[in-house]
Design a protein around this ligand. Structure first.
Ligand code: SF4
Length: 201
């Protein structure tokens, strides 16, 4: 139900560290709950909804209004597990741009201003998620992930931005490979988790 309260693991105002909006101030709402199960997940505590407060879309929108943010990023967990229509409406009503970061494993429900599609091998995207992607972000954990990334290029819109991002624990090994790949395939870009280098949430 669109009006249901949502399980919120955390919410905070910070700087977007990844992708096209790197360096932009953004308010993050991290919803709890994920059924994707990436082995290298760095927010495994988000997988279950137990012990997290359930908050209404209106309350969440009111919370975002307590700072100067223009962008609200809905992340997780896997936020597309929920119908986010009401949350998008409430955030738009208070003048925010609504971004979402999703694996695409569930059909998106809501009006989003920016969709970051980050497919995972552990539960592939549903077909409807490709057409709405504004940026495609592939996490590179293994050498084989470059070939895996290429298959998604054909599935997203032509103007979709393409990013390769080293998985944090493998960054020393993968960054040189990503640099070489991007030099040979210049339609792709490097995304780094700059918030981790800056030591901010
Ligand atoms: Fe973790 Fe995100 Fe993968 Fe879920 S989709 S397991 S939250 S990295």
């Amino acid at each position: 139900m669109a009006n249901d309260k949502l399980p919120v693991m955390e919410q905070f105002y910070t700087i977007q560290g990844e992708g096209r909006f790197t360096g932009h101030a953004a308010y993050f709402i991290r919803l709890a709950g994920c059924d994707v199960g990436c082995v290298w997940c760095d927010v495994k505590e988000s997988w279950h909804t137990d012990n997290y407060p359930k908050i209404s879309p209106k309350e969440l929108a009111d919370e975002t209004s307590k700072n100067a943010s223009t962008i609200v990023v809905i992340t997780g967990g896997e936020p597309a597990m929920y119908d986010l229509s009401e949350l998008c409406n409430e955030l738009h009503d208070v003048g925010k741009k609504v971004h979402i970061e999703t694996s695409g494993a569930h059909e998106l429900k809501g009006q989003f201003d920016w969709v970051t599609l980050s497919p995972k091998k552990f539960k592939p995207p549903v077909s409807s998620s490709y057409a709405v992607a504004n940026e495609l972000k592939i996490i590179v954990f293994n050498k084989s992930d470059f070939e895996w990334a290429k298959q998604f290029r054909k599935l997203v819109p032509k103007n979709c931005l393409l990013y390769l991002q080293p998985e944090w624990s493998k960054r020393d090994e993968m960054e040189p490979l990503i640099i070489d790949f991007v030099k040979n395939n210049p339609e792709w870009n490097i995304s780094l988790q700059t918030h981790k280098y800056l030591d901010i949430p």
